[in-house]
Design a protein around this ligand. Structure first.
Ligand SMILES: C[S@@+](CC[C@H](N)C(=O)[O-])C[C@H]1O[C@@H](n2cnc3c(N)ncnc32)[C@H](O)[C@@H]1O
Length: 271
């Protein structure tokens, strides 16, 4: 199975530590993760790193490490309970929000969804909160570690437990995983990185960090073709406003939003 290398070759190593360093429970978690990701365990001072995965009492954080300032600007962690996702869960508009309409949610209709480009998991988590069974696929092992940590915390919180139970997380390249799924999914959702994305989301520090970590997704067009062959009902592609069609494929219809749009491709197999 092809997954992304942890970091582009020209960047410095990624290491894993815990903070506070003498917490035995955190040390055990850091040790397990370091082993599964084949990462070094260390401390920020021990050697220079571009990225650090840090187990804190609040969860797993990705710290980008600036060699110039010798510090880490904005840690990235995944929090499905509060923050951006928490706000969208409360105020997102339920099944009337554009994302829900794009994937085909209607009263009494909750398709199973493959979120083939999980990223920070926000869209997938929103769909699960609306009642869909969601399989999140992500090829960056570091992103999967962060997602797994966010989902674990969500599974232990009364407000998000049920939602977390509807989500399955898979590490790997969606293009290889999707054709091998036991049951063909009704809906496949794609939100690949876009090279010059102007949306407010990508201007955020967290999305800049992700771009640095996972790079662009130059194979997104091929992923669309695979998804179109497999999805029994539709493929939905999120694009920045004004971006060209993915693989110049005309969608069945489009749902426009302020900074982005959903291109919806009905596949016609079970309409
Ligand atoms: C823009 S982010 C997705 C953001 C996500 N929709 C959210 O709500 O947080 C794109 C992510 O898709 C992942 N990705 C792109 N192509 C992939 C593929 N073929 N298989 C698995 N993951 C992929 C990238 O590694 C990146 O983390």
């Amino acid at each position: 199975m092809t997954t992304r290398p942890f970091l582009p070759e020209n960047t410095l190593a990624l290491a894993i530590i815990c903070d506070p360093e003498d917490d035995a429970a955190l040390q055990a978690k850091a040790h397990t993760l370091a082993k599964s990701l084949h990462l070094r365990e260390g401390s920020p001072g021990s050697s220079p790193h571009s990225f650090l995965l840090v187990y804190t009492e609040n969860g797993l954080e990705l710290r980008t490490f600036s060699l110039e300032s010798n510090r880490s600007p904005t840690p990235l962690s995944i929090d499905f309970i509060s923050g951006n996702t928490g706000y969208r869960l409360l105020h997102g508009g339920g099944i009337h929000q554009p994302l829900a309409r794009a994937v085909g949610l209607k009263p009494g209709v909750r398709p199973s969804i493959i979120d083939a480009t999980a990223g920070l998991g926000v869209d997938g988590f929103i769909l699960a909160s609306l009642g869909c069974q969601v399989t999140m696929i992500e090829r960056s092992p570091v992103m999967v570690a962060l997602l797994g940590d966010g989902l674990e915390r969500a599974a232990h919180h009364p407000a998000t437990r049920e939602t977390a139970e509807r989500i399955k997380l898979c590490l790997g390249n969606a293009q290889e995983i999707i054709p091998g799924l036991e049951n063909r999914p009704a809906t496949i959702y794609l939100d690949p990185m876009y090279p010059h994305r102007r949306s407010s989301a990508l201007n955020k520090q967290e999305m800049r960090t992700i771009r640095e970590l996972v790079g662009d997704d130059p194979d997104a067009a091929a992923l669309l073709e695979t998804a179109l062959e497999i999805a029994t009902n539709r493929v939905v592609v999120k694009r920045p406003k004004g971006a060209p069609l993915l693989n110049t494929r005309c969608p069945s219809h489009t749902i426009e939003m302020k900074n982005s749009r959903f291109d919806v491709y009905l596949t016609g197999l079970s309409r």
